[in-house]
Design a protein around this ligand. Sequence first.
Ligand SMILES: Nc1ncnc2c1ncn2[C@@H]1O[C@H](COP(=O)(O)OP(=O)(O)OP(=O)(O)O)[C@@H](O)[C@H]1O
Length: 259
Amino acid sequence: MTGETLGEMTGETVSGNAVVISEVTAGYGRTTVLRGLSARLPRCGVTAVVGPNGSGKSTLLGVLAGTVRPSRGTVEHAAPGRPGYVVQRDAVSDAMPITVRDTVAMGRWALRGPWRRLTAQDWSIVDACMAMLDVTPLAARHLSTLSGGQRQRVLLAQGLAQEPALLLLDEPTTGLDMNAKHHITSVLDREKARGVTIVHATHDLTAAMRADHCLLLDGGRLVAEGPPESVLTPRTLERVFEYAVRPTDAAPRTAEAKP
Ligand SMILES: Nc1ncnc2c1ncn2[C@@H]1O[C@H](COP(=O)(O)OP(=O)(O)OP(=O)(O)O)[C@@H](O)[C@H]1O
């Protein structure tokens, strides 16, 4: 393992970290995905989760969000409250007859509970988050009528409306054009500066290299953890992705596992 070993983490408390994951095994029914995974996520920093398709990145985010329950191991969160969880945009059903503004408002319901009325302050946070992601003109549109990139921005606005201490993002910029990518990156930079801890699963190695911390997964196991430049080395990339790194690939853009 690159960086500090799991053994060195033994006995560590959650202090100084947003989350400490210890020996977590998790999956779906009889399918085990994560296998004895231990890691820590620095507080107020950005952690990139990288790995080939099917390596368990989304499952790890599900464990952190509390939607996938580990069969073994523990997850300790430093901050109380539910994490904000922005799923992959394809994971949201097209059949939901819901407007953009109501979709963003769901972030406030998640905070208040479904039986409480939203206050004027809640609605002003909803409107501010829509403005931040540039989706105000889409407020009355149904989610199902939006393009992939527009939908992605709405889902991120929903996550921000929750005002979480921990924001979990599943491939937040995949398939976006350069402008949209840049916009989302700058919004996330602002959230980090406000003290939010961000964890994002990504195939974009340039985005991963900008993170403060990186987890590299393969086959549901942690291959390496630490600063991105010490985790995403030509050697580890080649091993995990079977990706031949050439000398010109100083900043490889996208890593896809060989079929
Ligand atoms: N709801 C589910 N039920 C059963 N198996 C699932 C479910 N979700 C994911 N899996 C399986 O768990 C494994 C890990 O999937 P996961 O989505 O966590 O990987 P990933 O690294 O996020 O992949 P990708 O890069 O393709 O998004 C895969 O083999 C997948 O088929």
